[in-house]
Design a protein around this ligand. Sequence first.
Ligand SMILES: [Zn+2]
Ligand SMILES: [Zn+2]
Length: 285
Amino acid sequence: MRIGVHVSIAGKIDEAIDRAAVLGCETIQIFSRNPRSWKSKPLEAKEIKSFKKKRLQYNIYPVLVHIPYLINLATPKSKLWKISISAYIEDIIRTDMLGAEYFVTHLGAHTGSGFEAGLKKFCQGLSAVIKKTKPKTMILLETCAGEGTSLGSRFEDIRYILDNVKSKNIGVCWDTCHLYAAGYDIKSSKGLDNTIKEFEKKIGLKYLKAIHLNDAKKPLGSRVDRHEHIGKGTINKDGIRRILNHPKLKALPFIIETPSDNPKDDIENIKIGRRLACLTTGKTR
Ligand SMILES: [Zn+2]
Ligand SMILES: [Zn+2]
């Protein structure tokens, strides 16, 4: 098991690794640019080189890049769909330039056109992106909480995409807060086993490559996407402990994405995560 957090890329992108090293991360997630803007400034060769060098130096593996928030490949609006594809392509190129192992993608929202239409649009968009970029990075489909019209709160949505996008380079990223909000009872021992069984049956465990380890503010099935600090939410310490130590999950990278009001929160979340994972010390270096 490797534990890390989502780290900021403020400044130059390689500074994310400096932050990760201070926090003692073994794996990280980043944005490749400002996630709330369509614009991005090009990555410089120097910062890319330094990013790669530092992550080797600090043994940070894997590196996940998260999709910017504005992209919606499931939208029925053709203008938004087209800019989403261009932005997606740009982000995949940046991810490959950084040599990041995974690109975590949300499945978008159908905003009224219906789930079937949204899924079709998403598959069409993702296929176009893959055809154009032939990514080295693996694209991970993230499970969503099911707020509003967003796709991906059911394993069936993920199965549909795997069946309709022809690429061997696609995997899945769980988000524990989202699964719980979507109604998968991963908090209880039996519920966790059942969720894993259902995933094995509908998707296949070999597709699961990473987990966003977040506690939840809201109860099971709330469909509300609000993350809570590790052990302090409705999934709670026992639930998180079982997830981290489950024999079928424990070899995966775990990325904590809880709201970080100050850097101490990240340190504390990693500490609690490691403690619950029965690791008393971080990695030694
Ligand atoms: Zn996400
Ligand atoms: Zn979330």
